[in-house]
Design a binder for this molecule. Structure first.
Ligand code: GRG
Length: 297
């Protein structure tokens, strides 16, 4: 029987939801409960859960326990959600819609949204450092270091700065690719390597996963640029057409729609080829690479 990605994405999202519900602080009438409500509002929303799925997919290659993999998947989703909350703020992308509902600062207020993002980011590292995530403290340290590196100045936050400074400027294809490698690629790479860290896999297999993540992450971004011009806000659950409005240099602007589509498919094939070192157990990662370029949101 062929691999049913949509069913597996559904199962993973449900398991992740349970883990997040366990981890996130519960509003129980505390004075600060508004913060907990905002964290839950944004994190338990309707995301595609691609990064958690990648963690589970890479962990599945190395027989890592489901509990460990789900805790790391939850930490990645918490950092991702923090980035979305902060990105939507008026000082950044200024967006009112996220995951099909009002963005965090619209539903609550700006100060609460800033704090909810801060709290998700910091709690994610508490989750990774906990011995419930892995009994070997060296593994926990590696996870903490790798996620900090992916999310910080040499990764997502650096990419966000690059993006803000680049608005209204003409960037070439190499610069646009570098921007997205920082802004989204490094977090995808962490998600793909996390299973190898948890499973103490050899460097050669970690490198294969990193190469897969690199090409798949770029394909994801090209598809994101295509969806921005081709899909509606209702389909996306976020505001469509923002790249043109903000005069961003995108792959679609640089290559045109047809070539961008071809490039995304080529990167998807290349990503899948990096997984040749694995057998059937890498099917979830192969399927998700195809999904990334075929998705409608
Ligand atoms: C504010 C530090 C900081 C960083 C922001 C990730 C990011 C960096 C901004 C989000 C805005 C954006 C459009 C980024 C491009 C990458 C992208 C499409 C992110 C959204 O990821 P999806 O599509 O979202 O996986 P869901 O909601 O499905 O989880």
């Amino acid at each position: 029987m062929s691999y049913d990605l949509l069913a597996e994405l559904g199962t993973a999202a449900a398991d992740l939801g349970e883990m997040l519900d366990k981890i996130l602080p519960r509003p129980d009438g505390q004075i600060e409960q508004r913060l907990f409500q905002a964290m839950r509002y944004s994190t338990l929303g309707d995301g595609k859960r691609l990064r958690p799925f990648l963690v589970l997919g890479s962990a599945g290659l190395f027989r890592v326990s489901r509990q460990s993999a789900l805790r790391v998947a939850a930490a990645v989703e918490m950092v991702h959600t923090y980035s979305l909350i902060h990105d939507d703020l008026p000082a950044m992308d200024d967006d009112d819609l996220r995951r099909g509902k009002p963005s965090c600062h619209k539903q609550f207020d700006e100060a609460t949204a800033i704090l909810a993002g801060d709290a998700l980011l910091t709690q994610a590292f508490e989750v990774l450092a906990d011995d419930d995530t892995h009994s070997d403290p060296r593994v926990c340290t590696q996870l903490v270091r790798a996620l900090a590196r992916a999310a910080g100045p040499y990764g997502m936050v650096g990419g966000q700065m690059f993006d803000l400074v680049g608005e209204g400027k003409t960037l070439d294809q190499t610069q646009v690719a570098h921007l997205h490698l920082l802004k989204t690629g490094r977090m995808f790479a962490f998600a793909c390597e996390a299973g190898a860290i948890l499973g103490k896999a050899p460097t050669s297999l970690r490198m294969a996963l990193r190469a897969y993540a690199h090409d798949m992450g770029l394909a994801f971004q090209i598809k994101d640029d295509l969806l921005d011009v081709e899909a509606s806000s209702a389909d996306l659950g976020k505001t469509a057409g923002k790249d043109i409005e903000q005069e961003k240099s995108t792959f679609v602007k640089l290559l045109g729609v047809d070539l961008a589509r071809k490039q995304a498919r080529m990167l998807c094939d290349q990503a899948i080829a990096h997984l040749d070192v694995f057998d059937d157990e890498a099917e979830p990662l192969r399927a998700v690479a195809r999904f990334v370029v075929e998705r409608g949101r």
